[in-house]
Write a protein of this length. Structure first.
Ligand code: ADP
Ligand code: MG
Length: 249
């Protein structure tokens, strides 16, 4: 198994607020991993480190066998190669969507890659169909519903065919139908061979979107295991504030 990410004793603090306090973790290629943890446990910070948006104050992040550092990403060729391999879906779709139409939103990244126009058109058409976005193709992304925005944001990343997909609470703030549509899209990635890392609180949809769960607590890894084992460990879920006491039993 090749490791996509290898973290050794990673520490990160926002000024005086420690967010990650010694995280060591290996994520193998093709795994679908859920990052679980209560609010403030460090999920978003960890995702940003994996995406090379932040760099650790201590410890090391290795991506695809090479150190992921400010220096490595300062090199344009290395940064371009890394960005092609790793896609990030922000928690807030509004920061991801900025094109005048859904069609343009999906075409944007492909245009950046300099692909021929005919190929871009064909890939966008295929993605509009595949993600159920064809009826929205001429709509303005910023005027869509929350669930629709999220689908467009996810499609705009998947159309670039990244090896690794990082997602921060993709179903948070969505109504049940919107959340269900996103879960469906993520569930369809099961056999894509992609590495998918999703920060989430949503235990109910966990088996559909992940095989392995990493539980964070106060910036540390409290547990790592198959999703079914983590879900069965009611003590762990209560201790890490993933489950309300009344649901124990
Ligand atoms: N921009 C920020 N400035 C200061 N502290 C932050 C910032 N973002 C997160 N934190 C703090 O870092 C810790 C981890 O936060 P975060 O990674 O956002 O956790 P989660 O995504 O699990 O809710 C928390 O204590 C949080 O308050
Ligand atoms: Mg978060």
């Amino acid at each position: 198994m090749t490791a996509v990410f290898d973290l050794a004793d990673v520490r990160y603090a926002y000024r005086d607020t420690p967010a990650l306090n010694g995280v060591s973790l290996t994520i193998e290629a093709g795994r679908r991993v859920a990052l679980l943890g209560a609010n403030g446990s460090g999920k978003s910070t960890l995702l940003r480190l994996l995406d090379g948006l932040y760099f650790p104050g201590g410890g090391t992040v290795t991506a695809f066998g090479a150190p992921l550092t400010a220096q490595s990403l300062a090199d344009q060729a290395q940064a371009f190669a890394f960005r092609r391999r790793v896609g990030y879906v922000f928690q807030n779709a509004d920061v991801q969507l900025f094109n005048p139409t859904v069609f343009d939103e999906l075409a944007f990244g492909l245009l950046q890659l300099g692909l021929p126009r005919a190929e871009i058109r064909a890939r966008v058409e295929a993605a509009l169909e595949a993600f159920g976005l064809a009826p929205l193709r001429d709509r303005a992304p910023h005027r869509l519903s929350g669930g629709e925005k999220k689908r467009v944001a996810l499609a705009s990343v998947l159309i670039l065919d990244p090896e690794v997909l990082l997602m921060d609470e993709p179903t948070a703030a969505l109504d049940p139908r919107g959340a269900g549509e996103i879960i469906g899209m993520l569930s369809a990635l099961r056999d894509s061979g992609r590495t998918v890392i999703t920060a989430t609180h949503d235990l109910d949809s966990l088996p559909e979107i992940a095989d392995l769960a990493v539980v964070l607590q106060a910036g540390r890894v409290a547990a790592v295991g198959p999703v079914e084992d983590i879900l069965a460990d009611r003590d762990l879920l209560a201790r890490t504030r993933l489950l309300m006491p009344h649901r124990l039993g």
